[in-house]
Design a protein around this ligand. Sequence first.
Ligand SMILES: Cc1cc2nc3c(=O)[nH]c(=O)nc-3n(C[C@H](O)[C@H](O)[C@H](O)COP(=O)(O)OP(=O)(O)OC[C@H]3O[C@@H](n4cnc5c(N)ncnc54)[C@H](O)[C@@H]3O)c2cc1C
Length: 416
Amino acid sequence: MITKDVIVLGAGMVGIGTAAHLVSRGASVALVDRGAPAGETSFGNAGLIQAEAVVPYTFPHSARVIFGVLAGTRNDARVDLTALPSHARRWFAFFRNGTPSAIRRTTDAMVPLIKAALPEHKSLAEHAGVSHLLRPGGYLRIFRDPADLDGASAEAEKVAQEFDIPTERLSAAELAEAEPHLTTDLVGAIHYLEPHSVPDPADLGEAYAAHVTAAGGTLLQGDARTLTRTGERWTVTTAEGPFSAKDVVIALGPWSADLLAAHGIKVPLFVKRGYHTHRQAAGNAVLNHLVVDEGNGIVLAPQRRGIRITTGAEFTHRDAPSGSAQLSAAMPVAEGLFPLDNTPATPPWRGARPCLPDLLPMIGPVDGAPGLWANFGHQHLGFTLGPATGRLLAEAMTGGTPFTSLSPYAVNRFAR
Ligand SMILES: Cc1cc2nc3c(=O)[nH]c(=O)nc-3n(C[C@H](O)[C@H](O)[C@H](O)COP(=O)(O)OP(=O)(O)OC[C@H]3O[C@@H](n4cnc5c(N)ncnc54)[C@H](O)[C@@H]3O)c2cc1C
């Protein structure tokens, strides 16, 4: 039996970020995953470090949107009605968090995390020797309808002023200058200036994981479901034998609730699934920025494997077979927006954003299970937040002063 100070279960961006901060504070750490680091949700995301994303992605309380989603005519959100009976409580709780007062509560709790997100990525990237993978330049949120652009700009301006988020409104001509190959029927864009993007999210995750091992951490293959507790210690079985530690971090992303349930603790985690595919730019077309077409629920992200096209939220069982509807609806829109080759450069990929009803992650000790700690539920923003929430949890675990209070992210907040 090999002993460590901490076992981190799950080597996605969140587990890697947590392990990196624990190691930097002198803890001996085993980082355990059943697969390769950054091989699941942290592999296939749009690769955007959203330094502006203080306002949560709630479900709009608009009859038009609700009806469109239920009727299956929208692509930014799709609901699998066969999953409704088993998910109704969680989805409804999520829906209820779309009121102005709930959005305000979540926003206030997101601010300290979002403000730490980019600095923590920059610091970790520097230590890992991969600062060149973080690309400045922000992203463009494009619009086809002048009224939509006006409304969104007014909202963005308010948020920008209150939270000091550098933002610029672009006219159609300014957008065409920034992105000459985008379609001409756009009326303008909001340019969020601070976010960074990456050429490949998995490359960044792997580089951070390599930094963890270079700094003394141990990366192991193993199944988190083998976790057992004897006295004050937890043990997990890995390909290199059993490892034990007094503290264990659950950073299993969309699988986190399964492990907690096995230890008698229920949390209302659900997923918003999403897909991606890649196409090469046709001819000499170049996409300079990551582009978000919110109305159609798609992102066009210029990445190493091609233009990565990602989709919006699919509300269904985490493990239901992949559906083709979201990508099928997304591709004609993407092709209309930017010249793309016809041939997919990679097969479709599917992932699951791990969400809690208030769209805040769970970070901190797990009540009733001494030595068990949570860091999961980062919804649309786990790639952005992994290093920042990793720091927060590591500070709490190692007796430091957390850079912000953990109370909004408490694991037992839904039980209160
Ligand atoms: C289409 C799409 C686009 C997105 N775009 C962005 C974006 O641009 N920016 C952003 O910030 N976020 C984005 N996200 C969200 C982001 O990808 C997630 O929030 C984030 O990856 C979650 O990270 P994680 O480490 O919590 O989970 P994961 O990356 O899923 O890591 C969990 C790990 O646990 C491991 N695991 C599971 N079960 C076991 C077990 N039994 N034993 C051992 N290991 C196990 C898995 O193998 C996995 O490696 C996007 C998500 C999707 C789906």
